[in-house]
Write a new protein. Structure first.
Length: 69
């Protein structure tokens, strides 16, 4: 499930393990589905330190997320 601002904020303080792709993946939101084909480079673990609303850019921009790898 792709995360937006609220979902990203809920990850603060959590350790996340993610699959790293060689390029962007495509996501559709109505209905929610993603294409996870493509070369995978490996996995990475990181901790979400903070999530903050962006003060510049458009209203549809995701928040700024600080992580520790």
């Amino acid at each position: 499930m792709p995360l937006r601002a609220t979902g990203l904020a809920m990850l603060t303080g959590q350790t996340i393990i993610a699959v790293v792709f060689d390029s962007d993946i495509s996501i559709n939101y109505d209905p929610v589905e993603g294409n996870l084909q493509g070369e995978k480079l490996g996995v990475v673990a990181f901790e979400v330190i903070s999530v903050a609303e962006r003060t510049s850019g458009s209203d549809s921009d995701l928040p700024s997320v600080n992580i520790r790898i």
